[in-house]
Design a protein around this ligand. Sequence first.
Ligand code: SF4
Length: 113
Amino acid sequence: MRNPAGVECHFYYEDYHRGREHRECRLIARNRVSERWTPKLCQTCPVPRILQANACPHMILEARVGRRFGLLRRVRVEAFCTRQMSEVTDPMVGCGECHRHRPGAAILGLDGG
Ligand code: SF4
């Protein structure tokens, strides 16, 4: 579904059916310690770009609303690999472990050897 910034986002949900006016970020809604989501946050949120760059089925995202310089509200994202059971430092790229086992990885030097 297209988010309020006009970008496709897997986690955005809206319902305007029969006079309803409901908009929600289902990723941030999962995080109970996050500040409240507002549609404006989608404008700078990195999640759609992460999902476009990395479709790894083993990577899960967690997001919360944080403040930059104590003022600007921004979406902060953390990623975790359920296969390696480790934090993913760069969600745009992933942990890199799956790349090692793909056919041709040795030729491209991705197998670590
Ligand atoms: S805040 Fe980010 S993850 Fe949530 S709906 Fe907007 S773009 Fe998607």
